[in-house]
Design a protein around this ligand. Structure first.
Ligand code: LLP
Length: 415
């Protein structure tokens, strides 16, 4: 939890939140640089492997720049994310481009920027990349994203490594793929990768993945190809509620015992683990109301700000920034959007609240701001980064006039 209270005043690092709520329109995202840095160092030291930050988790330029300063590369899944990583100064040779549906333009953009590798997810994509290489008379460096057919035992909407999921190339096709790669003149195989899902807590699942990917490296060798790089994906689970903290010692032991004296580098592409617990959403209570037995706090943040509770039923703890009295009331916190699914948390215990008070929605640094939307014509929220006693607005709140200005009325509808 990045918020601490000193004399009943809420702080993130050395910055008092009262200073922020008076200066910045809510809702806004707030991140602690120290918390991100600590998470990065903890994971890096345990895994002892290269880290490619999964930009999709939080793609603000400031956050990617922080990752760069910590030594991370980037894992991107669109030309837009690739551009973000390049603009934040990540060296092209530290960028991996993957994604289940890349357009010709996306691939050409990646090739043009000489990035580390493009991970293919189908035979068709392999042939498309080879054709681009022929046109440009250039060898293109690729990786293979495999589908290892392992259930990540996480929420079904964030599980990606089962045989029937749309991601990766079926494991059984690996020998055929090797023969195809050997025939293609413009292709250079650099690595293999996998990613079976997100918010994984069961170490046994990681063990299964590592064993299967080790087997994949052996198949590659048997087929007279070699790799420089084995990417074992992201997925490291964090604590949102009552989950047990991921045992990094066990993970570290697994990696060192399964991958002894390998001729290739090992890397991971975490997103959530590095940023989730380092962020909060600060929101204002617009009104309080009681419908039947439910005590509602209606806030200016809603599913347009943080989509996770609405689409995954995800739990994010909510705390009050103003606490008066010790009695607790059971509240349901709901956003302003005209949808019944716009509920941020049900039945949470807070001291008595009133309109104008501020709440913090915890652990929202990953898949928070990146999934926010303009639904109900709401501007995207601001983002703030705190470091020690300083804070910086790293994205301004979006003005409604900018949203509307994007629309175009065709001539035949103009008077
Ligand atoms: N690599 C690939 C290929 C991925 O697809 C993902 C996440 C990652 C790495 C990073 O996974 P992480 O370390 O963050 O678990 N919106 C969902 C999460 C979707 C994850 C998509 N892929 C949520 O809010 O829970």
């Amino acid at each position: 939890m990045i918020i601490s209270f000193k004399n009943d005043k809420p702080f993130v690092e050395g910055v008092c939140l009262d200073e922020l709520t008076t200066a910045i329109e809510t809702p806004f995202y707030l991140y602690s640089q120290k918390s991100i840095t600590d998470a990065f160092k903890k994971l890096k030291d345990s895994l002892n492997a290269k880290i490619f930050f999964s930009v999709k988790a939080n793609s603000n330029q400031a956050i990617i720049s922080l990752m760069r300063s910590l030594g991370a590369g980037a894992d991107v899944v669109s030309a837009g994310e690739l551009e973000r990583a390049l603009r934040a100064g990540i060296s092209p040779d530290k960028i991996i481009f993957e994604g289940v549906g890349k357009s010709l333009n996306d691939i050409e953009y990646a090739v043009h920027n000489n990035i580390r590798q493009i991970n293919i997810e189908s035979m068709e994509e392999l042939n498309m990349i080879n054709a681009i290489g022929q046109t440009l008379n250039k060898k293109i460096i690729i990786g293979i994203r495999l589908n290892p057919d392992i259930d990540s035992q996480t929420h079904c909407k964030i599980s990606t490594g089962r045989r029937t999921d749309k991601f990766g190339i079926a494991f059984d096709l690996l020998p055929d793929l090797c023969s195809e790669i050997k025939k293609l003149e413009q292709i250079k195989l650099n690595g293999i990768s996998c990613h079976i899902g997100s918010q994984i807590h069961n170490i046994k699942v990681f063990e299964r993945v590592f064993d299967k990917m080790k087997k994949a490296t052996e198949i590659i060798k048997e087929n007279d190809l070699s790799i420089n790089h084995l990417d074992l994906g992201g997925g490291f689970g964090v604590v949102y509620d009552d989950e047990k903290e991921l045992n990094l010692k066990e993970l570290s032991f697994l990696i060192s015992s399964i991958f002894k004296n390998t001729a290739y580098d090992i890397s991971f592409e975490p997103g959530r683990y590095l940023v989730a617990n380092a962020g909060v959403v600060i929101t204002k209570i617009l009104t309080t109301k009681r419908n039947e037995s439910v005590n509602y706090l209606i806030t200016d943040a809603g599913m347009q700000t943080l989509l996770r509770p609405a689409i995954y039923n995800a739990f994010h703890n909510i705390i009050a920034l103003t606490n008066i009295g010790s009695d607790k009331i059971e509240y349901t916190v709901a956003g302003p959007i005209c949808e019944s699914s716009d509920i941020l948390a049900k039945k949470i215990l807070l001291s008595q609240q009133q309109a104008g008070n501020y709440l913090a929605i915890c652990d929202t640094g990953a898949y928070g701001a990146v999934m926010s939307s303009n639904y109900n014509t709401k501007g995207l929220p601001a983002e703030i980064l705190v470091s020690n006693d300083s804070f910086s607005i790293i994205r301004n709140h979006e003005k409604v006039s900018n949203i509307i200005a994007r629309d175009i009325i065709p001539v035949w509808l103009k008077d």
